[in-house]
Design a protein around this ligand. Structure first.
Ligand SMILES: NC(=O)c1ccc[n+]([C@@H]2O[C@H](COP(=O)([O-])OP(=O)(O)OC[C@H]3O[C@@H](n4cnc5c(N)ncnc54)[C@H](O)[C@@H]3O)[C@@H](O)[C@H]2O)c1
Length: 438
């Protein structure tokens, strides 16, 4: 694989942060992939009407003029369109990967052509990954975008000069927010961070519809299963579990929900699902989907009750929800029956099928969230960056919710892109709704 890099990069974070000042303008796998990357970026852009409209406004208003922005995100075509939007707003942009396994090398190459200082190579080792995050931090960004808080963490651990101009950041995942809140609890968070992951828009559309659809997409790609007439057991009825259950129901499956929270269990019942403990569901399900965030949600006692041919998939963040160790411990034999399906033989005469090694199935067996869903998340990100550019100096140095007007603006733009109009309150209605007299 040809690597292109204009100046030497630091190869190991252990070599000291100082060394990373010698960073390249870019460090990508192969610049000749740029044309293919450009096609992919354009395809995603076709699904990202909200972000496009934000970009058009940014081009006119230049709200990010002269700002240095660093992003540590999955290097994908959707991210590329977010970065194009920030550049259109007048920013200088730096990019490193938030996960080396999801980097699309052709997109990374194309982004160099868009003027982004990209430091990301698919499959890069831990040292190169660390050096690339350091490279982004060492340029002392004013605004950061994170998916897992690696960039913010390195910025806070590194040279004081790296934080000198820091205005604020955004965070895209639960895990990242956990880390940032820990930093905040130690009194060390130096700037405001907007919790994009917790925005209403993100929860409602990204988790419910994005994960809901792509989880089933992953299961179908891995197995080519007919869902109609099957019993799908969804373990966890949170934001994402609801989406999975909704889509499974829509595909003609009967849905059983297993929960530990009484409110969510009741909600599942009223949404038309059967609700029962996982041990009872174990003998009923054809397909099991864990989406709880907890560990060992499916374990030996469940496997022992499952029917021959049951499918096991996980859509939670980590591969701990299905205990593969306990499954392997019960098995008399195991074999790979399809590229993403491993079959475990249990006595007497039962075969259980584990999809994608129990890893997050919508990413491991499909392509994650569709661009149309990332469109709303990333429009939210772009508007949060604009908010930080305008108001960051006035905000407290802590993890903050996304301002509600940003959520509303994203929803408004999405409706406009779908050519959907809605009613507005009349003056009399507005008065009625804000008065105690009437
Ligand atoms: N695959 C993806 O693309 C994707 C997207 C978003 C979130 N996630 C992940 O999915 C997981 C769930 O996220 P969420 O936003 O729905 O969280 P959530 O907190 O809204 O919902 C989780 C639900 O699981 C329930 N639960 C916990 N332990 C359980 C157990 N042992 N048995 C049954 N139910 C249990 C909780 O009561 C809760 O209702 C997390 O790991 C999250 O990181 C994955």
């Amino acid at each position: 694989m040809a690597r292109t890099s204009r100046t030497p990069t630091a190869t190991s974070p252990g070599a000291g942060y100082e060394r990373s000042r010698l960073v390249a303008d870019h460090d990508v796998a192969d610049l000749s992939l740029a044309e293919a990357g450009q096609v992919r970026i354009a395809w995603a852009d076709g699904q990202m009407a909200v972000l496009r409209s934000v970009r058009e406004r940014f081009e006119r208003e230049l709200p990010l003029q002269g700002l240095r922005i660093a992003a540590c995100l999955h290097v994908t075509s959707e991210t590329a369109n977010l970065l194009r939007t920030l550049i259109a707003g007048g920013a200088e942009v730096e990019l490193c990967a938030s996960n080396p396994l999801t980097t699309q090398d052709d997109v990374a190459a194309a982004l160099v052509g868009h003027g982004v200082a990209v430091h990301a190579i698919r499959g890069e080792g831990e040292d190169a990954y660390g050096a690339h995050v350091i490279a982004a931090a060492a340029r002392a960004p004013q605004i950061t975008l994170d998916d897992g808080a690696d960039l913010m963490s390195v910025l806070h651990a590194g040279d004081e000069s790296w934080r000198a101009r820091l205005i604020g950041g955004t965070e895209e995942t639960t895990t990242g927010l956990v880390r940032l809140r820990a930093l905040q609890d130690e009194g060390r968070l130096r700037c405001p961070v907007l919790a994009v992951n917790e925005a209403l828009c993100e929860r409602t559309f990204n988790d419910r519809y994005g994960t809901g659809q792509s989880t089933l997409d992953g299961i179908l790609r891995a197995t080519n299963l007919l869902l109609a007439g099957r019993t799908v057991v969804v373990l966890g009825y949170g934001w994402t579990g609801k989406g999975v259950a909704l889509r499974a129901h829509g595909a003609g499956a009967s849905v059983i929900v297993c929960e530990v929270d009484p409110m969510r269990a009741l909600e599942a019942r009223m949404d038309g699902c059967e609700v029962m403990p996982a041990l009872d569901a174990a003998g009923r399900g054809d397909v099991f989907i864990t989406v709880t965030g907890a560990r060992d949600v499916l374990a030996a006692e469940h496997f022992q009750r499952m029917k021959d041919g049951a499918m096991l998939a996980n859509a939670g963040h980590f591969d701990v929800e299905i205990s593969v160790t306990q499954l392997a411990g019960l098995a008399t034999a195991r074999r790979q029956v399809l590229p993403l399906v491993e079959q475990f033989e249990l006595a007497p005469q039962r075969r259980l099928n584990l999809l994608a090694q129990g890893r997050v199935v919508n990413l491991a067996a499909a392509e994650g969230h569709p661009a149309a869903v990332m469109d709303m998340s990333f429009a939210n990100q772009a508007l949060c960056v604009e908010h930080l550019a305008r108001h960051g100096a006035e905000l407290e140095a802590c993890v903050l919710p996304v301002p509600p007007q940003i959520d509303r603006e994203v929803a408004r733009l999405k409706l406009a892109s779908l050519d959907i109009e809605i009613d507005e309150l009349t003056v009399a209605q507005r008065e009625y709704l804000t008065s105690w007299r009437s």
